[in-house]
Design a protein around this ligand. Sequence first.
Ligand code: NAP
Length: 175
Amino acid sequence: MRKLRADPLDLMQVHNLVDVDTHLDTLRDWKQAGRVRYVGITHYTAGAHQAIARLIAARPIDFVQINYSVGEREAEQRLLPLARERGVAVIVNRPFGGGALLGRLRDRSLPAWAAEIDCTSWAQLLLKFVVAHPAVTCAIPATSRVAHLRDNMAAGRGRLPDEDLRARIAAAAGQ
Ligand SMILES: NC(=O)c1ccc[n+]([C@@H]2O[C@H](COP(=O)([O-])OP(=O)(O)OC[C@H]3O[C@@H](n4cnc5c(N)ncnc54)[C@H](OP(=O)(O)O)[C@@H]3O)[C@@H](O)[C@H]2O)c1
C-alpha cells in the first residue's frame, strides 16, 4: 500500500480464481476493516464463466474481470446480464482477443461508418464494441507502445455504437 501510495486500495481482485474462497474471506475482512474499497475476481477464459456466475450469486463481489471481445462473445449469454442484474461492475480484459484480432485487421481498410462513432482505427472500433455493452464498466487493453496507447485512449471519447452498430462492428471484424 505504501508503494502504491493508496490507503485504502480501491480494488483488490483474486487473480484467476486461485484459492478463491480463502482469498474472498480475507478480502471481506479487509473491506470491513477499510483497507480495500472493493473486492473482485478475475479470469480470462470462457471456461471460467460458470464458476464466476456461481460466485457472483453466492458471495458479496463488487467487480468481475472477464474476457470479452468481438472474437470472444460467450459472456453475452449469461455472465454480462447477471452482472448487470446484480449491480456487479465489469472490467473487460483481452478486448482485442490478446491482439490476434488486430493482427488480422491490420491491412483491412476501415468501414466508412466508423466515422459515425468517431473512430479512426480498428482498435477504437473493437474497444467501443466492448465498452458500449450496457453491463460493461471499463476495458483494460494492454500495449507496449505509446502510439497504441494514444490510439486506444481515443476510444474513450466521442460517440458510442448502438446495438445496430455493435452488430456491424462484430460482422466487419469477424469476416
Ligand atoms: N486473469 C487475469 O486477470 C488476466 C488475464 C489476461 C489478461 N489480463 C489483463 O488484461 C489486459 C489485456 O489483456 P491482453 O494483453 O491479454 O489482451 P489485449 O489487450 O486484448 O491485447 C493486447 C495486444 O494487442 C496489441 N495492441 C494493443 N493496442 C493496439 C493498437 N492500438 N493497435 C494495434 N495493436 C494493439 C498489443 O500489442 P502492442 O504491445 O504492440 O501494442 C498486444 O499484443 C492486460 O493488462 C492483462 O493484465 C488479466
